[in-house]
Write a protein that binds this ligand. Structure first.
Ligand code: NAD
Length: 265
């Protein structure tokens, strides 16, 4: 059976990779390519699926199996409402959502199955597990720092993935990230506290996504790093999540650790 997927943000950096991934996968096809009302591509045909044209009105998009959204927080909430109304599953990759916006996603997941992940790569989801282990061994006595780098177009900071790494570390150490995260350091700020988790942000050129976590003790340091060299890795992960949802998951909020079965290891 071919799974028919709606892509919201179809001409964005992630959207174009998602459309390519659907075209290359024999189990998937593009149902709708939804773009911003101002997109120059609106009304033109989709190169990989010439029988389809780019549309902007979600109301025209009702006949699909799963939606995938990598856009912006306000746009993602529109897609969320649309999928909730139709009872369709949704994969969300957008980052930079506020806590209130995340609560709306959680509330909608009572009605529809949703995969919402800060990072859809297999390697980063493995790294989430590795930082939990490292935190359990070294976290209580070492200084923990998270360094991330992304391309100069990225609008949110620290990255959703850096914050997710912080959440996984805090889960292992029974700390509250809101309380211990230090996202800026400037001026006479005094010495570092033992519990804090520092975030450093680099924005430069075309870097797709790099994250390093330090567990630093006096005399030694463990560094765990992950680097993405092609966005296609996120796109393949998101399509994998869509296929997993299409198998008939119950309404709930899932992440990639559920999709990949890493929650069981
Ligand atoms: P991008 O700016 O290249 O693409 C976003 C697209 O969404 C644009 O084409 C924009 O016009 C479109 N858009 C915005 N509002 C819209 C609306 N109302 N209707 C239709 N289209 C709309 O950005 P990107 O690099 O593709 O990233 C998109 C999001 O995905 C960001 O939040 C980014 O941080 C996130 N991201 C997540 C992962 C992950 O693994 N979770 C990986 C990469 C990027």
């Amino acid at each position: 059976m071919t799974i028919r997927i709606l892509i919201k943000g179809a001409v964005g950096r992630m959207g174009t990779n998602l459309v390519k991934t659907l075209a290359a996968n024999p189990n998937t096809t593009l149902a709708y390519a939804v773009v911003h009302a101002q997109a120059p591509e609106l009304g033109k045909s989709v190169p990989e699926f010439p029988e389809l044209t780019y549309i902007t009105d979600l109301k025209e998009a009702t006949d699909f199996d799963v939606a995938i959204d990598f856009t912006s927080p306000s746009s993602t909430l529109e897609t969320l409402a649309h999928c909730q109304k139709l009872g369709k599953p949704l994969v969300i990759g957008t980052t930079g959502l506020s806590n209130a916006e995340k609560e709306q996603i959680k509330a909608a997941s009572k009605d529809i199955p949703i995969v919402f992940a800060a990072n859809f790569s297999v390697g980063m989801n493995l790294m989430f597990k590795l930082v939990e282990k490292a935190a359990k061994v070294m976290g209580e006595y070492s200084d923990i720092e998270i360094i991330e780098a992304h391309h100069h177009h990225k609008v949110d900071a620290p990255s959703g993935t850096a914050l997710a790494l912080g959440e996984h570390i805090c889960k292992a150490l029974d700390r509250d990230l809101e309380q211990v995260a230090v996202k800026e350091r400037n001026g006479l700020i005094g010495p570092r506290t033992k519990e804090e988790i520092g975030f450093s942000t680099i924005r430069a050129a075309d870097v797709i996504g790099e994250h390093t976590v330090w567990f630093a003790d006096i005399g030694e340091r463990v560094e765990l790093s992950h680097r993405v060299s092609d966005r296609i890795t996120f796109a393949r992960g998101a399509v994998h999540a869509a296929l997993w949802l299409a198998q008939g998951q119950e309404a709930n909020l899932y992440d990639m650790t559920n999709v990949l079965g890493l929650d069981k290891i």
